[in-house]
Write a protein that binds this ligand. Structure first.
Ligand SMILES: [Zn+2]
Length: 233
């Protein structure tokens, strides 16, 4: 809807910026940013792990509450915490590629982008025994070379419906829970963080602490959490 006036005014730079920085823009290939709006389903996604302090606590909550989730992993973090990555796969959650070093891809050329994606594809496959089938770009930044690389790997590309700035250290677990509750809507793909893209030891325990309340609130509002893979094309 934003796209139409941009094109009508011939604002080429605006279109480029929209396609690059808008995580759900269709211009650089389809990106899935929300599920069907007709029922109270929601999708939990965790980016930037695995992480020693947060991922396992999150897995414990998901197991106790029987909730599926998707984890978009950073290749270097998988290398550092292989057993945690294996635990995510063993629990049946979706695992996605989130690049090797959490590079912002929009200014990189085809060779670097392929390397970021393909090396991560190999690492996740080798470590967990399961090849990822989904991709999410760091910060959602993409360009046409990203599209080419994800097509080669046969990935579905995901954006998100909303994030709650849970990576900001000033935001408490209670506030993370409140923000998710406030923005929840049918089909929402919820962006949370079990890791820090640039620091394998980054602290995401507040997100882990918020999760039981997030799940309880959503269920009280009539929502069911569904596996992200059902939205894949
Ligand atoms: Zn990220």
């Amino acid at each position: 809807m934003v796209l139409v006036p941009l094109l009508a005014t011939g604002a080429g730079l605006g279109v480029w910026a929209y396609a690059t920085y808008e995580p759900n823009s269709p211009l650089f290939g389809r990106s899935i940013g929300r599920g069907p709006r007709g029922r109270r389903a929601a999708y939990l996604t965790f980016d930037d792990g695995p992480n020693a302090a947060a991922t396992e606590a999150i897995l414990d909550t998901l197991a106790a509450d029987r909730v599926p989730a998707a984890f978009f992993m950073v290749g270097e973090h998988v290398r550092r915490f292989p057993s945690i990555a294996r635990r995510v796969v063993a629990a049946g959650h979706e695992v996605g590629n989130h690049t090797l070093r959490h590079r912002k891809l929009h200014f990189l050329g085809p060779r670097r982008i392929r390397e970021e994606l393909e090396r991560t594809h190999e690492i996740i496959g080798n470590v967990t025994g399961r090849a990822p089938r989904a991709f999410r770009a760091p910060h959602g930044y993409r360009n046409p070379f990203v599209t080419a690389a994800t097509r080669r790997l046969g990935y579905s590309v995901f954006g998100w419906t909303f994030g709650v700035w849970d990576s900001d250290p000033r935001v408490s677990a209670e506030e993370i829970r409140r923000r998710v509750g406030r923005r929840l809507c049918p089909g929402a793909i919820i962006l949370l963080h079990d890791g820090d893209g640039y620091d394998p030891d980054g602290d995401r325990r507040r997100t882990a602490a918020a999760l039981p309340g997030i799940i309880a609130d959503a269920r009280a509002a009539g929502y069911a959490f569904r596996p992200l893979g059902e939205l894949a094309r």
